[in-house]
Design a protein. Structure first.
Length: 182
């Protein structure tokens, strides 16, 4: 029988209240407390702390505290990736952020999802859909990247946009829902 963690990582329905996942959340909360307390320490210290918890952290990658995530171990940062203050990543499955991508303050990247059917949703089960953000992308302040979305290389996401669908390489998207701007 598969564990709830195995189901979560596979993108299947899982029970987030399972003891093994609650233990992982608690460990991550302890790490986040240390990370967010390091605000005055600067990028060198932040980078070392990121490498303790995140799946991969490329050279020169920076996340400015305060930062919030579910687990951390599903986040992959490319070299030179930059996330500004108050970013949130719900990383129940892989979240990949490419090299030299810049993410503005208050951006939320959400890989966690819930069943659409109300009866199934009432069971409390949830699932995840991976998020992929390419290289050299700019995501403006306060944007929301929803579960399962891929953002192509060199794309631009306008501030406050809600990205519900994949963004093509080199495209500029704005609005709610975000649409390609001509």
């Amino acid at each position: 029988m598969r564990s709830e963690r195995q189901k979560m990582l596979a993108g299947e329905l899982y029970d987030a209240s399972a003891p093994e996942l609650q233990a992982e959340l608690a460990a991550n909360h302890r790490w986040l407390a240390r990370y967010n307390a390091a605000l005055a320490d600067g990028p060198v210290r932040w980078h070392a702390l990121l490498r303790e918890r995140l799946a991969t952290v490329g050279d020169g990658a920076v996340i400015r505290p305060p930062f919030h995530c579910d687990y951390g171990f599903n986040i992959h940062l490319g070299a030179g990736a930059f996330l500004n203050f108050h970013c949130v990543i719900l990383d129940v499955v892989d979240v990949r952020i490419g090299e030299r991508t810049q993410i503005g303050p208050g951006v939320q990247i959400l890989a966690a999802d819930h069943p659409r059917d109300p009866a199934r949703r009432a069971t409390g089960l949830e699932f995840g859909r991976p998020v992929r953000i390419g290289s050299n992308v700019w995501i403006g302040a306060g944007a929301l990247i929803l579960p399962g979305v891929s953002v192509g290389d060199d794309a631009l996401v306008g501030a406050g946009s809600v990205v519900t669908r994949d963004v093509p390489e080199g495209a500029t998207v704005v609005g709610n829902p975000a649409r390609v701007r001509d």
